[in-house]
Design a protein around this ligand. Sequence first.
Ligand code: IPE
Ligand code: IPE
Ligand code: MG
Length: 245
Amino acid sequence: MDLRSEISMEKLPEHIAIIMDGNGRWAKSKGKARVIGHREGVKSVREVTEVAARLGIKYMTLYAFSTENWNRPKFEVNALMNLLVETLRKEVPTLNKNGIRLESIGDISALPKKSQNALEQAKEKTKGNTKMSLIIALNYSGRDEMVRTVQKIAAKAKDGVVKVDEINANFISNELDTKNFPDPELLIRTSGETRISNFLLWQIAYSEFYFTPVYWPAFRENEFYEAIIDFQQRERRFGKISEQL
Ligand code: IPE
Ligand code: IPE
Ligand code: MG
């Protein structure tokens, strides 16, 4: 069935965020090492990113490495960091071909130097692209972002740059890592887990959640369309009643 034709182009979300989960279990189910699952997961990243840009999604945020993921075995953390560098280097031409600008959220300063460099270069080389922003969350967690943001705001208040009573929701949004991006209308999590795991806590205040049992390496074009079609069937009321919409 051609799912793409079921998508209503007038009701496309502007920003989709994805918790890409299940690489390890996907590998295990095939009798393979976890790292093989991460490699296969990169193929899903490539496919979903291209499809999103082609559809006309403006922002896509991918949870790639959380502040909690440092607690994994050292071998896996290293493999993930190496895969990141390899992928960033390899994908720049494709990003440019598809008009995709690479951006990031999270505390990049704590990543290995070579990851930081690869990321900076990929951002620099794609900064002129305007079709879609691909935002990778690296060493990111919602609470860590809030802590860093509160520290920044407190310093501004102390220095008299902002008055305490000028700090409102809008001001806070403009100090977060995500200050240049609208809040996601749709949040997808793969692998059957129904938790947020410290992802965009502030920004998902009114997001629609879509949970699927599909492991991330198996989440491809059609699965992505299914999520968007599901989203488009919902009524987003923002506290009002149906008749007011
Ligand atoms: C998601 O897959 C990728 C990262 C968190 C980096 P997992 O590695 O969490 O896979 P599972 O959840 O163990 O199956
Ligand atoms: C969330 O997945 C983080 C990323 C996808 C990068 P995890 O696999 O780390 O989350 P938990 O441990 O199941 O909550
Ligand atoms: Mg997981």
